[in-house]
Structure formats: C-alpha cells, structure tokens
Design a protein around this ligand. Structure first.
Ligand code: ZN
Length: 297
C-alpha cells in the first residue's frame, strides 16, 4: 500500500543554493520544484470557505463513518507529512452518505501544519487559518478497481478535512504523537496497528462540501471535499511534536517539517454547500437592541 501513493511523493531531493560561507535550502519544498501536472485547473484546492457565501443544502445527508481499527497498518514519514496507512483491499473501513453517491474506502490520513500557531491549515474559514488540518483520504472502490485509477477521476476520492485548534490535550491524537519520534526522518516507517481515526473526527455532524483537487502533486481534480465545521482541540505540546519531524533523511542537513501546506486556490465557478443552516450569519446580523431579552443558551 505504500507504493500506491509513492508516486505523489517520490524521488525528490533537496538542492542547496551556493553561498560564500553557508548553504541553505531553497524556500520551496522539493515537492513543488517539478512542473505541475494540472496547470490552470478549475477546481483546485485548498480554498477559503466564506461562511456567508456557502449555501445550505437540505438534501445533504449525514456523513456515515465506519472504520475498523484492525485495518490500520503503519505510520510513515514521506518527507512532506506523516501518513497513517490502512489496508484498503476490502470494505472494512468506509464512509458513505453525506454528499457521496457511493461508499469510499479509507486509504490513509495525514496532517498539514505551520511553523507557528498562526497558520498551518490548508483550508481557511472566513480567511482564518487554523494551526493544523487533518485529511482522511478515501477512494471510490465501487466504481474504480484501484486507488491509482480513482485518483485520476472526478468522483474518485473523498477527503474529510478536520481543523485542529489549540486547546485541551487530545487523548486519541497522543497515540500518534507518541509514535512520531520513531519516524523523525524522511522515509522511515513503523508498524502501527489498531487505531480508529474516528476519534479524530468531531461528533458534530455539520460540514461544508465542494468539488476540489489533491493539494499535493499530481493535484488531480478528483476530490469531493468534506470539511468539518467544528475543529478538534489539541495542546501546544502535541503540535510541537509535529514540528519536531524532519523533511530530510538521516545524514542530510536537518530541515524541520513545518509549513507543509499548499496556498489557497481561487474558488472560480464553484459553490460551497453546507449541511447546516447558516446560524453563524444570523447571530451576527440579529444583534438584539435590548440585551435583557436574550434568552440562553
Ligand atoms: Zn492533505
């Protein structure tokens, strides 16, 4: 299962700029130094989700998530993020419902994060960044025979995005954090059995959905994005543990794994739909003149 996503993250090496007394890394991660395969796409990701512009769709169903913890295989530093990969040879770990017409199999999950807490997520909400974002990647095994084929097709992938915000310690995430020192360097991998990633997904059913792309090469426009409205809370030490990982292999000059997110892409001719009614906007606009009339909660 590793080889199947290797093509997204393969064969990159850092180049150094020659300087009189020092050498330093190019500012652009090697992942982005090759020509991109989807120039001028019309449904690229990530995007800024403008709350007031999203359209409530009453026909959107609740998302159903059914993961079998025993399908979890290993955790891997691929030189851009860390990935937890799953056995996707059967329909044991799947999602269905929501905006999806078929059920989709869980392939892997990974995170994007910043060097500091002020940014790090790929998507933004009303131009606000979160310090990190989780992506759970699923593929349409009903229609396509392999993940590789699904990646190339418009309805091939479904990715659940979950924002991470600074707050309470997250017990479920800690199991992952504890494994990170063992995969500090690029291309290190360890066994990681029996993990249920649904502990990383907020129980609040509300989400936004839109048609988009992978946010790493090959950037194919194959993703139905399902972005959870509610973030999960993690503590500072847990985010710091992400930032201790390295983009670089053992023996190379160490480069911290931070800011591994793609910049925002234009919305173009797309609508972001929401599964929930837009109470956020109503709350802001319906400022009561007499506060005494406000009744909680
Ligand atoms: Zn991602």
């Amino acid at each position: 299962t590793i080889t199947s996503i290797n093509f997204i993250f393969s064969n990159f090496t850092f180049s150094n700029i020659s300087e009189p007394d020092s050498s330093f890394f190019l500012l652009v991660h090697p992942l982005w130094q090759s020509p991109l395969s989807i120039p001028g796409g019309t449904r690229q990701s990530p995007i800024n989700i403008q709350w007031r512009d999203s359209v409530y769709d009453p026909f959107l169903k609740p998302l159903k998530i059914s993961y079998d913890p025993s399908t979890c295989l290993h955790i891997w530093n691929n030189g851009y993020s860390f990935l937890v990969e799953f056995d996707d040879s059967t329909d044991k770990s799947i999602i269905m419902g929501g905006p999806l017409e078929n059920q989709y199999r869980l392939k892997q999950f990974h995170f994007h994060w910043g060097a500091i807490n002020e940014w790090g997520s790929e998507h933004t909400v009303d131009s606000k960044f979160y310090p990190a974002e989780l992506h759970l990647v699923h593929w349409n095994a009903v229609v396509y025979p392999t993940f590789e084929e699904a990646v190339m097709e418009g309805n091939g992938l479904a990715v659940i995005g979950v924002f991470l915000k600074l707050g309470k310690h997250h017990e479920g995430l800690q199991t992952l954090v504890d494994a990170l020192p063992a995969i500090k360097h690029k291309d290190t991998i360890i066994e990681f059995d029996v993990f249920d990633p649904s502990c990383l997904i907020p129980s609040c059913p509300d989400y936004w959905t839109y048609a988009g792309s992978l946010t790493t090469p090959p950037l194919t426009e194959s993703v139905t994005w399902i972005i959870k409205k509610k973030p999960i809370e993690v503590d500072e030490n847990q985010l710091e543990a992400f930032r201790m990982l390295l983009f670089t292999s053992d023996g190379e000059e160490e480069k911290r794994m931070v800011d591994n997110f793609r910049p925002l892409q234009p919305l173009m001719d797309r609508t972001v739909r929401s599964s929930f009614q837009n109470t956020h906007l109503l709350n802001i606009e319906a400022q009561p003149k007499d506060h005494a009339q406000q009744i909680g909660p």
